[in-house]
Design a protein around this ligand. Structure first.
Ligand SMILES: Nc1ncnc2c1ncn2[C@@H]1O[C@H](COP(=O)(O)OP(=O)(O)O)[C@@H](O)[C@H]1O
Ligand SMILES: [Mg+2]
Length: 162
């Protein structure tokens, strides 16, 4: 845990999840890895949609769940977002085929079910764990490695007016 920074947020509705994504988006740059944890229906895809939408132009491809394709790539401005859903992954060889290494070098990785990476999970990562709280959601945001400092005092997560 040393060096990790953690913040707990309540997300009252879908719009709050999208809004968190929009605030995270400008922090992300090529080579970054975002782990989106939580059970089915927790809001992982919604959060990824908020992150990607913030960098897209109107008319760009809508962000859908990569449940069946396992990965979707969105070129948004100068950044390519690689949105993975590893739920159905069974072997490490599949990860290579999906282009995970290339994604880590050339894009921003947004990864649902990052647990599937096991020891391959990057040390420096932004992790968001979503849990259902009645009709709402709770997000635990953890900055591992270099992300601890990048999250600062966490005001950028709660808006600070944005
Ligand atoms: N903060 C929230 N409060 C209530 N519902 C939410 C919230 N965030 C997302 N949802 C809803 O949860 C449902 C499942 O979201 P989704 O992003 O597909 O989950 P996952 O990818 O984790 O399976 C969607 O109907 C979405 O609108
Ligand atoms: Mg999903």
């Amino acid at each position: 845990m040393s060096g990790a920074q953690q913040f707990v947020l309540n997300l009252a509705d879908e719009e709050a999840t999208l809004s968190l994504g929009r605030r995270l988006s400008p922090l992300l740059k090529i080579g970054d890895f975002v782990a989106l944890k939580g059970s089915l229906g927790a809001g992982k895809t919604t959060l990824a949609r908020g992150i990607i939408n913030a960098s897209q132009r109107s008319g760009d491809e809508p962000v859908t769940s990569p449940t069946f394709t396992l990965v979707q790539i969105y070129q948004a401005g100068s950044v390519a977002f690689w949105h993975f859903d590893l739920y159905r992954i069974e072997a490490a060889t599949e990860l290579r085929e999906l282009g995970l290494e290339e994604a880590m070098d050339e894009g921003v990785c947004l990864v649902e079910w990052p647990e599937k990476l096991g020891a391959g999970l990057p040390e420096h990562r932004l992790e968001i764990e979503l849990t259902t709280r009645g009709d709402a959601r709770q997000a635990v945001v953890t900055g591992w490695g270099g992300w601890g400092a990048r999250l600062g005092d966490g005001t950028l997560l709660t808006g600070g007016g944005a």
